[in-house]
Design a protein around this ligand. Structure first.
Ligand code: NAI
Length: 723
């Protein structure tokens, strides 16, 4: 065996063994492999070194260890690119290096173990073969469109050539990142290497790659069907596939995500060109997409979610062995218990009602059964970790308890006091209240620094946000533990002060209230909701009220109106419908009527709510502006009051993350503060004054907007306001 080490930069290592070159993307200590400038330069140097040698029989590209292959491009760079030519040049650099791999005259193998994502997968696509270790660590895909760009290092050219246009678009447009076995099924890898417990998967992959190169192992390349061939290889076929994909995307996204449309265009047109022309088109389009507002906003949200997820790692050991108590097994309690069990965290669920306990158990079983990516054994293990109880004494061993009983302050104070009497003196006690003062609830608990709000949203299994609400007594340990636990549950925690409505309901309330004002003016339900979705909200405000439940919404509305006065006051339509037993979707009727044949507007509304006006000629743009401006106004107040600005936390970021993940505020607009920044303080003041002259004080611009407009500064700069 001959062995020669090229000792490249630390970022890339090259060695030769049995006439085969092994290119490793970093040293064994590497935790994440990113294609930053240093790594790209090392990669280029290494491939050129391979190219210069005539004695080599093959090249294997592998990750530095069994935990990572390559997680793709440096997202900081995506954030920093400011011009189309700069973006195009960036894509060109990556494409050039990968083309060198593609052009090598010897067989090339990507040996994948761990994440192989974005640019990492595009590098693998430039190889002749892709083999992947079948472990849960291996994840393969192209998520670029989720960041508002297109795969720009050759992915839009090589994936359609490999899989056919339709199949490639399916992956690129969904931004899919798939487990190894699924990637194999889709044809993204050629061979799945089973991993045995006692064998290092990197060694196994290397052996398999050597066998492939030496011709000792054959691969059966899947044959594409005649239909797929016609749809990819003829211009008519490509046109049909592209047209259908465009229609689907426009229907799903209203055209809000230009990168999706660009990806369809680049993939379809590129497939009809030479590879080099296709790559040029791809680079140009990447340049155009990388400077869009949508891209910058999605990258902004990406960094916020990354920072929130890291809190789970920071809490690390303090969560080990944690047993969680949930008190109240209703709608929220059952869901909260389920999300803990999904992560293997033992749960004691207490409810005084035996029927509710049985229903909760069923709910949890159903939730677990729907968990994709969780094997049957893991599901049954998770269920074994659930203990149901009728009495709080079962909570004695729980290090953290979440109360989810009805929204009644006296009841909550009594039950939290009772919980404190059975758990250890340092156990964290949380309330899932949606509107009550955590400070007041905490007042009855001895050592109240351990009391905190942990506000999950409904349904707990699906909603990605948890509001961590700090009472005036709450200590740092309770904050760190609950934020860490939320992140461990796969949720994004935001830490906020204990103000009425907290953050999410506070910024959402003026939006919902403005919908009621519009309805009262006679604007039709459909027009109001359509205007919101045309802005990019996932559903309109009236449909959202139906989903929340009109009784629940009425309670929150009265809390915020009581606290903030005129700007949150308006027609109490939710309350008035709720008092008639019309509760929204859960009662089959609200602003809409729900039936198995579909939903339609509740045409009795005008009569039920005493609305006599009719105003059908208002423009959708005006309605959406009227809905969104009050939210922006409240978000700036929240920013300047320090509601989300706990020391060391990025207040604007917390508001942006909370608005995107909690209210569904259009992610491609980056969250409420980012959107305010996009419009600019000066223009916002003008818009507010316009509406204030027509609709009164509720449109008075927040002092922080006026101050920034007069100082000409950004929303990311703080202002001193008179209190
Ligand atoms: P729910 O009425 O469905 O469930 C409450 C459960 O608590 C009932 O099963 C009841 O038997 C049980 N319970 C009452 N007293 C108890 C006691 N002393 N010990 C043990 N169990 C007791 O209520 P839901 O909707 O789950 O709400 C619970 C909390 O979560 C409330 O504070 C609510 O404001 C909040 N919340 C509700 C959301 C929703 O959309 N439903 C969303 C976010 C928060």
């Amino acid at each position: 065996m001959t062995e020669e080490s090229f000792n490249m930069e630390k970022a890339v290592r090259l060695s030769v063994e049995s006439d085969i070159a092994f290119l490793s993307l970093g040293g064994p200590e590497e935790k994440t492999v990113i294609l930053d400038a240093e790594r790209m330069a090392g990669l280029k140097e290494a491939v050129l070194a391979v190219q210069r040698r005539s004695d080599l029989k093959g090249l294997v590209i592998c990750g530095p260890n069994e935990n990572c292959f390559c997680a793709g491009a440096d997202i900081n760079v995506i954030r920093s690119v400011e011009s189309v030519p700069q973006g195009e040049a960036l894509a060109r650099e990556g494409q050039t290096v990968f083309q060198l791999i593609d052009d090598l005259p010897i067989p090339t193998v990507a040996a994948i173990c761990g994440p192989c994502i974005g640019g990492g997968f595009e590098m693998a696509l430039a190889c002749d073969y892709r083999i992947a270790a079948n472990t849960s660590r291996t994840k393969i895909g192209l998520p670029e469109t989720k960041l508002g760009i297109i795969p720009g290092f050759g992915g839009c050219q090589r994936l359609p050539r490999l899989l056919g246009l339709g199949n490639a678009l399916d992956i690129i447009l969904k931004g899919s990142v798939l487990p190894a076995a699924v990637a194999m099924k889709k044809g993204m890898v050629d061979l799945l290497v089973p991993v045995e417990d006692d064998i290092d998967s990197v060694v196994l992959l290397r052996q398999t790659a050597i066998q492939l190169i030496q011709g000792k192992r054959e691969l059966r390349k899947p044959q594409s069907s005649l239909r797929d061939t016609l749809l990819s290889k003829t211009s008519l076929g490509r046109m049909l596939v592209a047209r259908q994909a465009r229609q689907q995307i426009l229907g799903r996204t209203n055209g809000f995500y230009p990168a999706l449309l660009a990806a369809i265009d680049v993939c379809a047109r590129g497939l009809g060109m030479s590879l080099s022309d296709g790559l040029a088109l791809e680079a140009r389009m990447l340049g155009e997409m990388i400077v869009t507002r949508e891209c910058k906003s999605l990258v902004h949200v990406y960094f916020l979610t990354e920072a929130a997820s890291k809190l789970g790692k920071i809490a690390g050991d303090s969560l080990a062995g944690l047993r969680v108590g949930v008190v109240g097994g209703g709608v929220m309690g059952a869901g909260i218990a389920a999300v803990h069990l999904m992560q293997g965290i033992p749960v004691v669920l207490v409810d005084i009602n035996s029927d509710v306990r049985m229903r909760a158990q069923k709910h949890i079983e159903t939730s677990l059964s729907r968990q994709r990516g969780m094997g049957d054994a893991a599901k049954s293990d998770a269920l074994k970790k659930l203990q149901l109880a009728a009495d709080l004494s079962a909570l004695a061993d729980c290090g953290l308890v979440i109360e989810a009983i009805p929204e009644n302050i006296e009841l909550k104070k009594k039950v939290l006091g009772d919980i404190a009497a059975v758990v250890a003196s340092d156990a964290i006690i949380c309330s899932n209240t949606s509107s009550l003062s955590v400070t007041e609830i905490a007042s009855v608990v001895p050592r109240s620094e351990r009391v905190i709000g942990m506000h999950f949203f409904n349904p707990a299994e699906k909603m990605p946000l948890v509001e961590i609400i700090c009472a005036s007594q709450t200590g740092e340990r309770a904050i760190a533990l609950t934020a860490g636990l939320s992140a461990r549950l796969g949720k994004y925690p935001i830490v906020v002060e204990d103000v009425p409505g907290f953050l999410v309901n506070r910024v959402l309330s003026p939006y919902l209230m403005e919908a009621a004002h519009l309805l009262g003016e006679g604007v039709p339900v459909e027009l109001i909701d359509k205007a919101a979705t045309s802005f990019g909200m996932p559903m309109g405000p009236l449909r959202l009220l139906d989903e929340i439940g009109l009784d629940v919404a009425a309670k929150v509305a009265s809390v915020v109106a009581g606290a903030y006065g005129e700007r949150m006051e308006g027609p109490r339509f939710a309350e008035s419908l709720a008092s008639k037993g019309i509760l929204g979707r859960k009662s089959g009727k609200g602003f809409y009527v729900y039936s198995q044949t579909g939903d339609k507007v509740n045409h009795e509304l005008a009569m039920l709510l005493g609305i006599t006006a009719s105003r059908r000629n208002v423009s959708s743009a005006e309605v959406s502006e009227r809905l969104v401006l009050p939210m922006l106004n409240e978000a700036v107040r929240v920013l300047d009051e320090g509601v989300a600005g706990a020391p060391g936390r990025d207040a604007a970021g917390q508001i942006d993350l909370g608005s995107v993940m909690g209210t569904g505020f259009a992610p491609f607009r980056g969250g409420l503060i980012q959107y305010a920044e996009t419009i600019g303080a000066k223009q916002l003041v003008e818009k507010f004054m316009h509406y204030e002259s027509q609709y009164g004080m509720r449109y008075a611009p927040a002092p922080g907007i006026v101050a920034r407009a007069s100082l000409g500064i950004s929303f990311y700069e703080s202002v001193k306001l008179d209190s």
